[in-house]
Design a binder for this molecule. Structure first.
Ligand code: 5BU
Length: 276
């Protein structure tokens, strides 16, 4: 799958959210996702509108509990921008509880995430029951789930056998689990001799991407789009502060940065799919 185009891969996926994301990437020639971690709805919408033309996906309202002035109308506005700019919505909720609780968190409450977010994610730490809980809500709606198999932070515990077990859990639920938040390609990881993995195609969405710095003061570590897409075989680069920095209000500058990351990410993908 490493060398196949996003479009070729889209046609082989049965999960509607995976298909939508891969088709969007092909159509918009973008493997850039922007993560919009700001606290005011107004800033959030302005950034989404500015980067919308350049992204395949918005990681948003990432994380919905960050927004101070949340009102359900914000979801309608996000959906309107998703239609205007043609991007997929991923709520980075990082569910991590028992199946019954996550099903309620996913379907209900103020945010009703399953009703508007094409993709969401979960920590594998509770075991397969977290997938059962979330898929009872998300699968009938055509949603997709990513498992957090690895993290970008210094000292992350999601390594080794934990990561392998996460991939095994995904392999057993391929109708709903479409891939991972991880730092490298995961196809075949943790597979036994009896597993048939040749047609396996997990999407890998990767945070911890930056062109100008190597990290922040709180443990975040950045790699370049080239390292992530070409060398590690990931599919989507997730960029937050590298795109909007501290200048939430300078939408021209934000759009320029989004364009820059999109070009870098796409060039790495083209090199990957055309290399002999
Ligand atoms: P940044 O501003 O590009 O550092 O933001 C990265 C985003 O990705 C932010 O929303 C994090 O919560 C998210 N993230 C991450 O950085 N690393 C991880 O391993 C995971 C999520 Br999982």
């Amino acid at each position: 799958m490493f060398r196949q185009t996003y479009g070729q891969r889209a046609s082989k996926h049965s999960n509607p959210a995976a298909k939508l994301l891969l088709d969007t990437m092909e159509r918009k020639k973008s493997n850039l996702a922007v993560s919009v971690d700001v606290t005011k709805s107004k800033d959030f919408l302005a950034i989404v509108d500015a980067v919308g033309p350049f992204v395949c996906l918005i990681k948003a309202l990432t994380h919905v509990d960050i927004i101070e002035d949340f009102e359900p109308l914000l979801i309608d506005e996000l959906q309107a921008l998703s239609s205007k700019h043609d991007f997929v919505i991923f709520e980075d909720r990082k569910f991590a509880d028992i199946g019954n609780t996550v099903a309620l968190q996913y379907s209900s409450g103020v945010h009703k995430i399953a009703s508007w977010s094409h993709i969401t994610n979960a920590h594998p730490v509770p075991g397969p029951s977290i997938i059962t809980g979330l898929s009872s809500v998300g699968l009938p709606l055509g949603r997709g789930l990513l498992l957090l198999a690895e993290m970008s932070t210094k000292g992350s515990l999601a390594t080794g056998s934990y990561t392998e077990d996460a991939v095994r859990m995904a392999r057993a639920h391929r109708d709903f689990v479409i891939g991972f938040i991880a730092q490298r390609r995961m196809d075949g990881i943790g597979a036994s001799e009896n597993d048939s993995t040749e047609d396996e195609d997990f999407l890998v969405l990767t945070p911890g991407v930056g062109l100008d710095t190597k990290g922040d003061s709180m443990g975040q570590q950045y790699r370049t789009p080239r390292e992530v897409v070409l060398e590690s075989g990931c599919d989507v680069i997730i960029v937050g502060r590298g795109v909007y920095g501290k200048d939430y209000h300078l939408t021209d500058k934000i759009a320029e940065q989004a364009k820059r990351y999109r070009e870098e990410g796409w060039a790495a993908y083209l090199e990957r799919t055309t290399a002999l």
